[in-house]
Design a protein around this ligand. Structure first.
Ligand code: NIG
Ligand code: FE
Length: 413
């Protein structure tokens, strides 16, 4: 079998595994298994082989990308976004700078309800155009696989509209996408709490499952939003239809969201700005991936999630962008890496593990590692002195090419 493509003279090939673990935890997060002066071969969209340049014999007819002075690593896996939304909310951004809290903005009809109003007034076609641009943008900045949530529709018609747009994005783009149904993102205006919960459980969940529109179900378990008991009923309803839970947990308060995620068998619990010893001890006894969203903590200028304590407790931390119009209007994972390092005090290696192999674990995809037989979803950097230069030179796009299934999908000058 002759490979379709060789990447040669790679300064450092990062995240190489013969037998990749599902995730890396604790002190192992500070290691990136790498080969210097390496090659990588791709066949039929999968990683065929890799090794040291001195062991490679080419005949001269092969298709080759020369990655001299460049690093190759797995494309980023962003396991938490809300990138299908309508319009923007920079007015609230200014209100926040002037001192209003996230909760205060939400209680004045801003926040998620503001985005829901905009989304309901936007056609599926327009929504697709907006979301397509964001998806292209994240792909060119290094994301290969992304999770996208609904949650700005807040009624059956509009929640399904978002999920169908996500399906369409998946069809139209090489970007790999998994969808999450987040009907329980906020309570819509003009209906009672019970009415809306009933609508989620008895109308939306069955419709989402019927059209096979989502893999996961999520809830915003938070004071002022969905309480633990309501969240549990919704997640259990999703599970009956084959949707796996994820939880927006402990962002603003000690909400019980982490314990709820563990109890319902969630694949991840996300945010975690407000957790303590109790939550960390509970996570240690579970397989739930603690997922941190440094973009949201940065943008809201909030308390930081305790990344160091989680890692020192031996847990596998994932990092995602939370790309959304209210709390993190960026899906740039290179920026998230810098924020994870500077604000969460994660090392560059820990950050890179958190957004490759561990991100993949948090959304159950085979990308995120360099290993034989895995999808050839790859980043080729620009000429940079080391991989640590990437988070160091924050705000710079250090990525030259992105390959998905072995095809170049982004080529930055
Ligand atoms: O993950 N916290 C809930 N959802 C989003 C914010 C949504 C919004 O403000 O539009 C988040 O931060
Ligand atoms: Fe979120």
């Amino acid at each position: 079998m002759i490979p379709d493509l060789y990447i040669t003279n790679i300064k450092g090939l990062a995240q190489v595994y013969k037998n990749p673990p599902q995730c890396v935890s604790g002190s192992a997060m500070d290691e990136i298994p790498s080969i210097t002066n390496a090659f990588l071969a791709v066949k039929n969209g999968f990683i065929h082989s890799f090794g040291r340049m001195e062991d490679l014999r080419l005949q001269g007819k092969e298709e080759v990308i020369n990655a001299h002075d460049r690093f190759v690593l797995p494309a980023f896996v962003d396991s938490h976004t809300h990138l299908v939304y309508a319009g923007s909310r920079e007015t609230e951004f200014v209100d926040k700078i002037r001192g209003l809290s996230y909760a205060e903005i939400a209680s004045r009809g801003g926040g998620i309800l503001n985005s829901a109003k905009k989304l309901r007034a936007t056609s599926a076609e327009e929504l697709l155009i907006e979301a397509y641009a964001r998806a292209m943008e994240v792909m060119t900045t290094g994301t290969g696989t992304v999770e996208i949530k609904s949650g700005y529709g807040l009624d059956p018609t509009n929640e399904l509209k978002i999920l169908r747009v996500i399906k369409k994005l998946e069809k139209d783009l090489p970007l790999k996408i998994k969808a999450t149904f987040l009907g329980a993102h906020a309570f819509p205006e003009n209906v009672s709490r019970e009415y809306y919960i009933d609508q989620i459980i008895n109308e939306m969940v069955p419709a989402v499952a019927e059209e096979n529109l989502a893999t996961f179900i999520d809830v915003f378990c938070e004071e002022g939003f969905f309480n633990v008991e309501e969240s549990e009923r919704i997640l259990e309803a999703g599970k009956r239809y084959g949707l796996q839970p994820k939880v927006h947990a402990n962002q603003l308060h000690v909400s019980g969201g982490v314990q709820l995620g563990i109890k319902t068998g969630a694949i991840s619990v996300d945010h975690l700005e407000s957790i303590g010893r109790e939550e960390i001890e509970a996570l240690k006894k579970s397989n739930v991936v603690p997922t941190l969203l440094p973009g949201a903590a940065f943008f809201l200028n909030s308390k930081m999630p305790p990344a160091r304590e989680l890692i020192e407790a031996g847990l596998p931390v994932a990092i995602a962008s939370d790309y959304n119009p209210g709390s993190s209007p960026s899906g740039n994972m290179q920026m998230m890496l810098s924020l994870a390092c500077v604000l969460l005090r994660m090392t560059p290696n820990e950050g890179l593990n958190a957004m490759t192999i561990n991100g993949a674990y948090a959304m159950n995809t085979p990308s995120g590692v360099i290993s034989q037989g895995r999808p050839a979803d790859l980043i080729i950097t620009k000429k940079i002195p080391s991989l640590h230069f990437m988070p160091y030179s924050y705000g710079t796009n250090n990525i030259e090419k992105v390959l998905l299934d072995g095809m170049v999908v982004a080529d930055n000058p």
